[in-house]
Design a protein around this ligand. Structure first.
Ligand SMILES: C[S@@+](CC[C@H](N)C(=O)[O-])C[C@H]1O[C@@H](n2cnc3c(N)ncnc32)[C@H](O)[C@@H]1O
Length: 302
C-alpha cells in the first residue's frame, strides 16, 4: 500500500494515492521478490504507465496527480499477477522490438533484445546480397519477419515469409502485421503454418530462425520462463532437436548463394557450427556473439 492504513486502492478517506506514491509502492512490493523480477522499479513504472495510458514524459509530469481508486485497484491486481510470475509484456500486451511495437500474448514468446542482433545481421546481409526470398522459421509474434520487412527499401521486391507450427502464434503474427501494415513490404509478408522447412520448396536466399533451444531442465529451473509456451522454449533433451532438423535441411532449402542465421544457446554454438560444416563444407560458417558477448548465433553463407 502507498501508506499505512490505506485500502487496496491506496487511498484513505480524504486522499487519493498519487502516481508517484503508487509507483513507489509497486516498486517496493516487487522489490521484495527478487526471484520474480530483477527490475522492480522498471516493472512498477511500465505497468502503471500502461494502466494510465501515459508515455514516459507524461508519466513524470503527472507524478503528483491523484489516481482514481479504480485504477489503483487494477494496479494492485496487475502487481499480484506479476508476483505470480506473469511477464510484464503479457500484462501490458505489448513489447518493443527493433523500434516497433508488437502485440504479445501467452501464445508467443516475448521477443528478446538479443534477437535484435539477428535482425541486424539479416539486414546487413540483405544489403550485401539482395535476397529475393527471406524466410523466418518459428516466427512467433512475427517480430523477426515483420522487422526485416519494415526495413526493406521501398523499391525492393524481396518476398518475406514467416512460418510457425503454432496456429495460435500465427494469429498473433497476423495481428501484428495488420497493426504495422501501413508499410507495403510489411503488408506483403506471407505467414505459413508448417513444421520447420519441410513444407518449403525453396530456394530461400536468407533464412532466419530463432527456434526453441532450451533443455527441459533449463526451463524448469527458471521461473521467469514459466508463463511462456513450452513449444517456443524447449526442444528435446539437449535443446537441439529443432535446430538439428533444420540444419539437416539447409543444403536443400538454401539457394546457391543463400545464407542463414540461427539463434541458439551459447553452449550449442560449436556443435552446430561443426554439424553445418560437415553438411556444407564449402560454406562459411561463423559464430557471432550477442550484446553480452555470449556465442548466440551461427551464420552460414554459401
Ligand atoms: C523461441 S520462439 C521465437 C519466436 C520469434 N521468432 C522471436 O524471436 O521472438 C520459437 C518459435 O518456434 C516455433 N516452433 C517450435 N517448433 C517449431 C517447428 N517444428 N516448426 C516451426 N516452428 C516451430 C514456436 O511455436 C515459437 O513460436
Amino acid at each position: 500500500m502507498p501508506r499505512d492504513g490505506q485500502n487496496a486502492s491506496g487511498q484513505d478517506a480524504q486522499t487519493h494515492a498519487t502516481v508517484r506514491s503508487l509507483a513507489r509502492w509497486g516498486a517496493s512490493v516487487l522489490g521484495e521478490r527478487p526471484d520474480v523480477t530483477g527490475s522492480p522499479d522498471l516493472d512498477a513504472e511500465v505497468l502503471l504507465r500502461h494502466l494510465l495510458g501515459l508515455d514516459r514524459t507524461a508519466y513524470f509530469m503527472a507524478a503528483q496527480d491523484a489516481v482514481a481508486p479504480e485504477v489503483a485497484d487494477r494496479y494492485a491486481d496487475v502487481l499480484s499477477r506479476r508476483l505470480g510470475g506473469e511477464p510484464v509484456a503479457y500484462l501490458t500486451g505489448i513489447r518493443e522490438f527493433f523500434g516497433l511495437s508488437f502485440l504479445v500474448t501467452p501464445a508467443v514468446l516475448v521477443p528478446r533484445p538479443e534477437t535484435e542482433s539477428l535482425v541486424l545481421w539479416a539486414l546487413d546481409r540483405a544489403r550485401r546480397h539482395v535476397p529475393a526470398t527471406v524466410l523466418d522459421i518459428g516466427t512467433g509474434s512475427g517480430a523477426i519477419a515483420l522487422s526485416v520487412a519494415a526495413r526493406q527499401p521501398p523499391d525492393r521486391e524481396t518476398r518475406v515469409i514467416g512460418s510457425d507450427v503454432s496456429a495460435e502464434a500465427l494469429a498473433v503474427a497476423r495481428q501484428n502485421q495488420r497493426a504495422l501494415g501501413a508499410n507495403g513490404a510489411v503488408s506483403a509478408v506471407t505467414f505459413v503454418r508448417g513444421d520447420l522447412a519441410a513444407w518449403c520448396r525453396g530456394p530461400i536466399d536468407l533464412l532466419l530462425a530463432n527456434l526453441p533451444y532450451l533443455t527441459p531442465e533449463q526451463v524448469s529451473g527458471n521461473p521467469d520462463l514459466a508463463a511462456e509456451p513450452s513449444l517456443a522454449l524447449v526442444s528435446g533433451p539437449d535443446g537441439l532437436a529443432a535446430i538439428d532438423r533444420l540444419v539437416a535441411d539447409l543444403p536443400r532449402v538454401l539457394s546457391p548463394a543463400g545464407a542463414a542465421i540461427l539463434e541458439l544457446d551459447p553452449a550449442q554454438a560449436r556443435t552446430v557450427r561443426y554439424r553445418i560444416g560437415l553438411l556444407m563444407p564449402s560454406a562459411t560458417v561463423t559464430i557471432h556473439p550477442d550484446l553480452a558477448g555470449l556465442d548466440r548465433f551461427v551464420t552460414v553463407e554459401r
